[in-house]
Design a protein around this ligand. Structure first.
Ligand code: ATP
Ligand code: MG
Length: 193
């Protein structure tokens, strides 16, 4: 089984994430993509982050109905933020026969040298970096990773949070089911940025 692992804060998940995961699935013939919301420091950059349970709920809402996608809370169940290497080790133990593909954007890959046990990460999984056609990869990443060209939908979680904070529409940037959670919980209303 070819198993994609898509890590992120997903605060909130948006259409850029969905198109990236879908295109990667197709390009690499993945059977499944596990979406793995990461634990983050609760008071990072001076703002209170969305509780993990709500980020998980939004990921589940975003991917519902696509049988290729599943959400996994393994990083949320651990104490404190996780290292990618630990996540991949856990998945390898759980699915010994699976070939793992760790999916990242170019922004994450550029930090590879700062990861814990990067050689072990590369041994456990094929790194996949999603990029727009023509987008440059960092030299360090270029050597280690497999590049997949995706249709880049130019939206970020930061942008969605800012729009919501300003009382502007986030419709069509996130799935309707995600928008429903954001409205129900009144998320991102009190952002200072
Ligand atoms: P933030 O603005 O809070 O940083 P984000 O939109 O970058 O959020 P993350 O949860 O940080 O979302 O990203 C998870 C993964 O998705 C990362 O590997 C990131 O590079 C990738 N990603 C984010 N936005 C897009 C997009 N529009 N298209 C493709 N990949 C994306
Ligand atoms: Mg980001």
């Amino acid at each position: 089984m070819r198993l994609g692992v898509y890590g992120g804060t997903f605060d909130p998940p948006h259409l850029g994430h969905l198109v990236a995961a879908s295109d990667t699935c197709e390009a690499l013939g993945l059977h499944r993509v596990l979406w793995v919301p990461s634990a983050v420091h609760p008071l990072k950059a001076g703002r209170v982050r969305t509780p993990p349970a709500l980020r998980l709920e939004m990921v589940r809402a975003a991917i519902a109905g696509d049988p290729r996608f599943a959400a996994d809370d393994l990083e949320l169940r651990r104490q404190g933020p996780s290292y990618t290497v630990d996540t991949l080790r856990e998945l390898r133990a759980r699915e010994p026969a699976a070939e793992l593909f760790f999916i990242t954007g170019a922004d994450i890959l550029a930090e590879l040298h700062r990861w814990r046990e990067p050689d072990e990460v590369l041994r456990l999984a094929t790194l996949v970096v999603v990029s727009r056609a023509g987008e440059a990869l960092s030299p360090s990443g270029g050597a280690a990773a497999r590049a997949v060209e995706i249709t880049r939908v130019d939206v970020s979680s930061t942008q969605v949070r800012r729009l919501a904070a300003a009382g502007k529409s986030i419709r069509y940037l996130v799935p309707e089911a995600v928008r429903a959670v954001i409205e129900r919980e009144r998320l991102y209303r009190d952002l200072s940025h």
